[in-house]
Design a protein around this ligand. Structure first.
Ligand code: ADP
Length: 281
């Protein structure tokens, strides 16, 4: 109510970007970046597959590039940017003629992250104002070209960054990631309420690390509890967009910058992410 009563500042779209989807979580380490990164690839892939079907039907021979949506990934998790590692990208963005930063490209996704602008091991010891000016730079000084979707990887929590991103740019929807653990769910609940207050539609919740199946004996263990995010979804009247197991392949793939949806597209883990993308787009 406090936020709403002050009125929202005027939002300005990011040049060239049609839709912005933010990926948020209450708590850190719950798999937000992993989901954000793969969501991008999956949006592309889902669209690509849809086009392939059309192509088959119409016997058109358009190239895959022409048929895929242009997707970008913006990492505004300034304190702990994980997108460079996950997307296997490094280096200084070049500047365009109009002095805007050019995103780095991998797997067909245009990426921008604070991690490209600072040393990998440099700690960020910034006061709020410096963080805000970094966010402003990431929001306004990037030459995205033309994008159908920009997926924004938010920092965990409901602080200044989340609020200022939500108030500065029009956002089509937010996807909230949580593990089934009570402490993560409480924070996810706050996240969902924050988006409601700033009039960002919450597209749904993703339950991550919901179950671990022993690769040897196949026994299933709910390490972080079972179905917590489903309960929260019911409380908040939200959809569950996906349920991702805790799996070694997911950790290894994301930590080595090799998206499972391309390296092991037939795996159950990759399909779990694919379902999220089809719900969102
Ligand atoms: P956040 O962005 O919420 O901080 P990350 O996406 O960086 O979280 O994930 C934290 C760690 O957990 C990473 O090492 C990532 O590879 C791993 N991880 C995320 N989701 C899963 C999963 N379903 N199974 C196994 N490891 C996962």
């Amino acid at each position: 109510t406090q936020i709403m009563s002050r009125g929202l500042p005027k939002q300005k779209p990011i040049d060239g970007v049609k839709q912005v989807i933010v990926v948020a979580s209450g708590k850190g380490g719950v798999g937000k970046s992993t989901t954000a990164g793969w969501l991008c690839k999956l949006i592309k892939q889902a669209d690509y597959l849809a086009h392939c079907l059309i192509h088959m039907n119409l016997a058109l021979a358009l190239s895959a590039n022409d048929s895929s949506k242009a997707v970008g990934l913006l990492d505004v998790d300034v304190y702990g940017p994980s997108i460079p590692k996950m997307m296997n990208l490094k280096g200084d963005p070049e500047l365009s003629q109009s002095n805007l930063m050019r995103p780095l490209l991998n797997y067909g996704i245009a990426c921008m992250s604070m991690g490209f602008l600072i040393e990998e091991t440099a700690p960020i010891v910034w006061r709020g104002l410096m963080v805000m000016s970094a966010i402003e730079k990431l929001l306004r000084q990037v030459d995205w070209g033309q994008l159908d979707y920009l997926v924004v990887d938010m920092p965990p929590g409901t602080g200044d960054v989340q609020l200022s991103v939500s108030q500065n740019i029009p956002i089509s929807g937010a996807v909230i990631i949580s593990t089934p653990q009570d402490i993560a769910l409480m924070d996810a609940h706050k996240g969902a309420e924050m988006f409601r207050k700033v009039h960002v539609p919450v597209l749904g919740l993703v339950q991550n690390m919901s179950v671990f199946q022993c690769p040897k004996c196949k026994h299933k263990t709910h390490i972080f509890g079972a179905d917590g995010a489903r309960r929260l979804a019911r409380t908040l009247d939200l959809d569950i967009l996906g349920d991702i197991p805790l799996h070694l392949n997911i950790r290894e793939a994301s930590d080595t910058g090799q998206p499972i949806v391309f390296s092991q597209p037939e795996s159950d883990e990759a399909k779990a992410y694919l379902r999220i993308a089809t719900e969102v787009v």
